[in-house]
Design a protein around this ligand. Structure first.
Ligand SMILES: Cc1cc2nc3c(=O)[nH]c(=O)nc-3n(C[C@H](O)[C@H](O)[C@H](O)COP(=O)(O)OP(=O)(O)OC[C@H]3O[C@@H](n4cnc5c(N)ncnc54)[C@H](O)[C@@H]3O)c2cc1C
Length: 457
């Protein structure tokens, strides 16, 4: 091991590595807080070619590595395991180019998402990828997990926003595929090997992203609804009536109340309590016209009885207040101990029966369960937080939820991925043949199994 580190230091200088006391706690565990492990070595490359040199050496020596972005992943994918070194992308930050004609942005993989959103906005564009962890998560992590977030309903997941990328294979070979073309059928579209494969097939070092013209108007409302069938009706009706529905986030009363009561900066804008709260947004380019269309669509649904009450944002502060409730999940997770954390996919028409069954099954086993549901219903993706305060109950909670989700034709990971923590349940969502093909791809691209070993498959 020392010999290997010496070789890397000879090539890249001693600032490339942190060892011993220099290795801070933040390299030891991701946001899941599960199974922290202190790595012997943290390597911090500054460029794609440095990543290439590191991987060449590690490949030759058979040294396993785990790649780390912003460490906001929730499935233990970036948490080091014993004997693994860390490959941290924290020094590979910055926007390389904004091409206003192609409407693309090229950025280094370690750049936090929020910096890219701001850079796009300053150039008069919009990068529509947005998630609660925006301040810490990196674009490389977003690409590797094929992140979703708050605007998938209109713009798709990361896969739909990446035009090209540069990645380094396990043996150090650099695959530069920084395509800017919207249409490119010249052979295999190799970027898809690295998008959503959670770092097991290569290290993403640069990303070419699609930008969209900045929208000139945005409408936001928080709706209170008492009947779940009306939540679904509202989604369909708004999609019919509005040109763009850019967000449709639903919070069950258990989540909404918890956020209001336990997170300092949230406030309830309603007098009454409801069973479901929907944060809906639309956007366009004509403020007056778009406001009128949005309001009239909501009033129509109030008259029809679909919505019980609604508050429309009159200012940016109102909008931020609505999102503060939805985004308070980070605060909530920090307050709850030993929670099981889900991001299941459920076909929209099975959502109610699936969730009823899950809640009944969990509460009959664990009567004192802390239980909350919220998420991106417009994308068929919901988050559940369930905690008894006893770590030993988690496996049974996971088993119960995933079995029922599988029976309802859902998926065990709609956006956070599989990592280490969800591996035991992958077979509930993918066939044996699919998992075998994933294994074959891994073997072909990383025969020595040095990149994120033991994740996903
Ligand atoms: C409060 C909160 C809200 C969240 N909301 C959402 C949401 O709405 N939608 C959503 O999809 N996720 C969400 N997440 C999960 C998380 O933010 C995403 O998975 C994010 O994409 C991870 O990015 P990261 O840079 O933090 O990656 P990390 O946590 O550092 O890593 C995640 C995985 O990607 C790999 N990886 C990281 N960088 C690279 C790279 N350059 N090359 C190859 N592999 C790499 C790691 O090895 C690991 O397997 C949320 C998390 C939190 C804490």
């Amino acid at each position: 091991m020392e010999n290997l580190l010496e070789k890397i230091v000879v090539d890249l200088g001693d600032k490339i590595a942190l060892t011993g006391d220099e290795v801070e706690d933040r390299y030891c565990v991701d946001w899941s807080r599960e199974n922290p492990c202190k790595p012997d070595v943290v390597l911090r490359p500054r460029s794609t070619s440095e990543v290439g040199i590191i991987l060449q050496h590690c490949h030759a020596a058979g040294q396993p590595l785990v790649t780390q972005g912003g460490m906001t992943g929730l499935v233990g994918g970036a948490t080091p395991r014993p004997k693994e070194w860390v490959l941290s992308m924290e020094r590979m930050k910055g926007v390389c180019e904004i091409d206003t004609d192609s409407m693309t942005m090229t950025a280094l993989a370690g750049t936090p998402l929020e910096e890219l959103q701001n850079a796009a906005s300053n150039a008069g564009f919009m990068l529509p990828l947005d998630l609660g962890a925006r301040g810490s998560c990196t674009i490389g992590g977003n690409v590797s997990t094929n992140a979703g977030g708050n605007q998938v309903i209109q713009y798709g997941m990361v896969r739909a926003l990446v035009l090209g990328l540069e990645a380094v294979m396990a043996d150090g070979t650099i695959i530069s595929s920084k395509n800017k073309l919207l249409k490119n059928n010249t052979g295999f579209d190799l970027k898809h090997l690295f998008i959503g494969s959670e770092g097991v097939l290569g290290v993403v070092t640069e990303v070419v992203l699609r930008l969209f013209p900045a929208k000139l108007s945005r409408q936001s409302a928080l709706c209170g609804i008492n009947d779940f069938s009306d939540v679904i009706k509202l989604l369909t009706q708004l999609k019919r009536r509005l040109q763009v529905v850019s967000s449709f986030e639903v919070m069950w009363d258990n989540y909404f109340r918890y956020a209001i009561e336990h997170v300092e900066y949230t406030r309830d804008p309603f007098q009454e309590k409801y069973k479901y709260y929907v944060l809906v947004e639309s956007e366009g380019n004509d403020q007056d016209q778009d406001d009128r269309a949005f309001q009239s669509a909501l009033f129509e649904e109030i008259e029809q009885g679909t919505i019980d009450d609604a508050v429309i944002a009159r200012s940016l502060k109102d909008r931020n207040d609505f999102w503060a409730i939805r985004d308070s999940v980070g605060e909530i997770l920090a307050q709850i101990k030993d929670e099981a954390n889900f991001d299941i996919g459920i076909p929209i028409n099975e959502t109610e029966s699936c969730l009823n069954q899950i809640e009944k099954a969990l509460k009959s086993k664990f009567p004192d369960l802390v239980y909350m549901v919220f998420g991106h219903l417009g994308d068929g993706n919901l988050h559940i937080i369930a905690a008894t305060g006893n770590k030993d109950d988690k496996i049974e909670i996971y088993d119960t939820v995933y079995q029922i989700t599988g029976e309802h034709h859902g998926g065990v990971a709609a956006e956070h991925g599989i990592g280490v923590l969800k591996k035991p349940w992958l077979h509930l969502s993918r066939t044996e043949q699919e998992i075998n093909l994933m294994r074959q791809l891994k073997l072909a691209l990383d025969p020595k199994n040095i990149l994120n070993p033991g994740r996903v498959i």
